[in-house]
Design a protein around this ligand. Structure first.
Ligand SMILES: *[C@@H]1O[C@H](CO)[C@@H](O)[C@H](O)[C@H]1NC(C)=O
Ligand SMILES: *[C@@H]1O[C@H](CO)[C@@H](O)[C@H](O)[C@H]1NC(C)=O
Length: 499
């Protein structure tokens, strides 16, 4: 009761800007931050060599593959995308001819069809009807001399799949040739891969993954990095975390325990060097965008109403553990929810509950609500934010991921920042609404052929324009094998000076 009255009192007085500032005198806005990407949530493209020790590292969870029967010269197809028989009668591959791997171990796999059923051995032949994989849906992928372009599938009965006709595949072949005329031989093509936390942990498996992850956490970001970041004109870090952190030290397989200890260290170092931390729930269970950085197993975006409670529980864990830390600037409730898969209704329900969970532990920390990616109204969260206290909206600005940036000249890319981004940001900050964070942007842009001076001008334009963001901005990322994505490299090589 006393606690509730206290909360009520607090939220009343903090409606007044002066008193809300007094609550957290040391939080100097806007923040200038850098993301500690690929630290506690794996993104393979940022450091591909971490996957090198995985056996069959080309066959990770979520890899999308197509199979051409060499005998029929036709593609394997889950008819209707799943829910019925598997046939071998398509001349060219598309969605129904593409399967997503679930890795059981280095040589055993399940194959998930377009509509999510698993390929399995049925009484009348091979089909894609089961929604959960059992032994009947598990196949050993056997390749010729480790050449993955030619494979055969051994079913759990010990026999191989064979094409009987264009409309019938059975699991009853005992032959073993690799001839084109062999009914069990398929050419395999990998059409898409995903390299996130699920892939690396399941790829190394339960014996090796704990050590691999621990070594990475210990070495990728250290106290020296916090010292460097603070000495180079930045005031905060944004740290992506995954939902499994809430079940430390024993998260469900294949995830590995220990990430909360690493995050504890980050707080200690941030506080030591006078910096703030934005904890960013980047990967939620069931995936809010299908990307590898959402912790997804196979790229399906499935987060919705039924995941709200468990996701709020992750926020509650973070708020309980870090709500009292002087280094905590904000908790971001969900990174990059993607519309229309994530509906505005579900997101608002979740944001309300997540906000309450944070407020149960801290009245000081900001709560960050990410705008939905996709074709959405950039102010769609403003009326929700209006009912909350100390909130900021997170937007991400990249001159990438669309061919239009490639076809622009360097100057047009810079103009895009100065004109278009400035006006987008102006639209958000001028509404007398929540504060605004440009939570991700980077020095790389659509032109791989730019000169050092071009990059300097491109980055400078962004620092100037995003300086108008009322909560602040955060560069993606601190360390990355791709130089222009690495703020550390950009600073060390004089591409950017933030002092
Ligand atoms: C891989 O999984 C299969 C199917 O469950 C099992 O039979 C096999 O022993 C496993 N192999 C290894 C190396 O764990
Ligand atoms: C916040 O605290 C209230 C009161 O103790 C409790 O009823 C509620 O479940 C908590 N909410 C969350 C999301 O933790």
């Amino acid at each position: 009761m006393v606690y509730l009255a206290f909360l009520l009192f607090f939220s009343l007085i903090s409606c007044f800007p002066s008193s809300s500032h007094a609550q957290n005198a040391e939080l100097k806005l806007p923040l200038r931050a850098v993301n500690l990407g690929n630290w506690l949530v794996t993104e393979g493209w940022m450091k591909p060599s971490r996957f090198d020790g995985i056996i069959n590292k080309n066959l990770l969870d979520g890899t999308q593959v197509q199979f051409l029967s060499t005998k029929l010269n036709k593609y394997l197809c889950a008819e209707n995308g799943g829910g019925t028989v598997v046939v071998v009668n398509r001349a060219s591959p598309s969605d129904w001819e593409t399967f997503r791997l679930w890795r059981v171990n280095e040589s055993y796999f399940n194959l998930r069809a377009f509509h999510k059923q698993f390929v399995g051995v049925g009484s009348g032949g091979v089909e894609a009807v089961s929604n959960t994989p059992t032994d009947l849906e598990t196949f050993q992928i056997v390749s010729k001399d480790d050449d993955l372009s030619r494979v055969r599938f051994q079913a759990s009965n010990g026999l191989f799949l064979q094409v009987q006709s264009e409309t019938l595949v059975t699991a009853d072949y005992a032959g073993s040739s690799w001839d084109d005329g062999d009914p069990s031989v398929f050419k395999m093509t990998i059409v898409n891969t995903i390299r996130g936390e699920f892939q690396i942990t399941n790829g190394y498996g339960p014996d090796k993954a704990p050590q691999v992850m621990q070594d990475h956490w210990n070495s990728y970001i250290t106290e020296e990095d916090f010292k460097f970041i603070s000495a180079n004109g930045l005031s905060a870090v944004r740290i992506p975390v995954g939902w499994w952190i809430a079940q430390d030290p024993t998260p469900p397989r294949p995830f590995v325990g220990g990430s909360s200890k690493a995050l504890d260290n980050a707080f200690t170092w941030a506080e030591k060097y006078g910096m703030k931390v934005i904890v960013d729930l980047h990967a939620v269970k069931a995936s809010q965008n299908g990307n590898d950085h959402s912790g997804s197993r196979d790229g399906f975006e499935e987060w919705g109403d039924s995941n709200i409670d468990e996701t709020v529980a992750v926020i509650e864990f973070l708020a309980a553990r870090y709500g009292g830390r002087p280094g905590l600037a904000a908790i971001a409730l969900m990174n990059e929810p993607l519309a229309p898969g994530v509906t505005l209704d579900a997101l608002i329900k979740y944001y309300k509950a997540g906000y309450d969970a944070v407020r149960n532990y801290t009245t000081n920390a900001y709560v960050i609500l990410s705008a939905r990616l996709g074709n959405t109204d950039p102010r769609e969260l403003y009326s929700l934010a209006g009912s909350m206290n100390r909130v900021a909206i997170d937007v991400h600005y990249y001159n990438l991921f669309s061919d239009s940036f490639k076809s622009m000249t360097v100057q047009q890319n810079i103009d895009f920042i100065n004109i278009r981004r400035a006006s987008d940001l102006g639209y958000l900050v001028s509404a007398n609404g929540p504060l605004v964070l440009v939570g991700e942007w980077t020095g790389e842009f659509g032109r791989g052929d730019a000169s050092m001076e071009d990059y300097q001008r491109f980055v400078k334009a962004q620092v100037d324009v995003y300086g108008a963001a009322t909560f602040g901005w955060s560069y993606w990322s601190y360390k990355c094998e791709e130089n222009h994505w690495s703020l550390k490299w950009m600073i060390d090589n004089n591409f950017i000076n933030l002092q």
